[in-house]
Design a protein around this ligand. Structure first.
Ligand code: MF3
Ligand code: CO
Length: 247
């Protein structure tokens, strides 16, 4: 899973370079799939429950699971979330990043930064003996402090020999403490943060999830290992130290 995570981290770094006004979301998917296969990995999303692509590309008010299309051309000022998963020797990694396209508004950049930082606030609570709710609370408290809301209808998940395993990992406080963390568990922690209200709508393409109020949404995700004394972020080059730029 370390190797699956490393390859996915590199894939995201490459994909980020491709983001520019004028590129179609279909091209992003094609480039992503090519990178993943060049490492001898399988893009885990392709054909997963019928999902038709390798990379979920979600623009602006699309929260997650946007379907790449030749007709969807990124425009200056958009924000775009890229979510991808790879399988390396039977083991999965799953990670998402949100990028600005060209120059974006201060407000949009703040949403992206807060979403990413909320992940880091949450991951600080990954250690044996803590409960899943500790992670969700830290994520929620941070993002809601900016007036944003946490999507309720989608959550993070365990990951390993399958893309989605138990337990579910809410990015907010819900009933119960949630599972107790133990060394060796592997988690996909993935805050989805809405600029406005938390309500989302599932479109009839069977996949795309959009904000109900039409405002922006951002997503940030990594695959994380619970260690004896804390955590190791598997899908980030440089692991725990990488990109911890505080706002
Ligand atoms: N990355 C998504 C998740 O975190 C999975 C995408 S589902 C797919 O759960 F079908 F699009 F692959
Ligand atoms: Co995930």
């Amino acid at each position: 899973m370390r190797e699956a995570g490393r390859i996915l981290a590199l894939t995201h770094l490459e994909l980020e370079k491709a983001i520019r006004p004028g590129i179609s979301t279909w091209e992003i998917d094609r480039i992503g799939e090519e990178i993943i296969r060049s490492y001898g990995c399988i893009p885990s999303f392709k054909n997963y429950q019928g999902y038709p692509a390798s990379i979920c590309v979600s623009v602006n008010d699309e929260v997650v699971h946007g379907i790449p299309s030749r007709d969807r051309i990124l425009q200056e000022g958009d924000i775009v979330s890229l979510d991808a998963g790879v399988i390396y020797r039977g083991y999965h990694s799953d990670a998402a990043r949100t990028h600005g396209v060209g120059e974006i508004s201060k407000e949009a950049q703040r949403l992206i930064d807060v979403t990413r930082e909320s992940f880091f606030r949450g991951v600080e609570y990954v250690q044996p003996g803590n409960h899943l709710r500790d992670i969700g609370r830290a994520i929620q408290d941070y993002a809601e402090g900016f007036g944003y809301s946490m999507v309720r209808d989608l959550v993070g998940h365990g990951i390993g020999a399958n893309l989605h395993e138990d337990p579910q990992i809410p990015n907010f406080v819900s009933a119960g403490r949630g599972a107790k963390l133990r060394p060796g568990m592997t988690l996909a922690i993935e805050p989805m943060v809405n600029e406005g209200r938390y309500d989302v709508v599932f479109l009839d393409d069977d996949w795309t999830v959009v904000t109900d109020d039409g405002r922006l949404s951002a997503h940030y995700e990594n695959t994380v290992l619970v260690t004896e004394d804390g955590y190791e972020i598997l899908s980030l080059i440089g692991g725990n130290d990488e990109c911890r730029k505080r706002m």
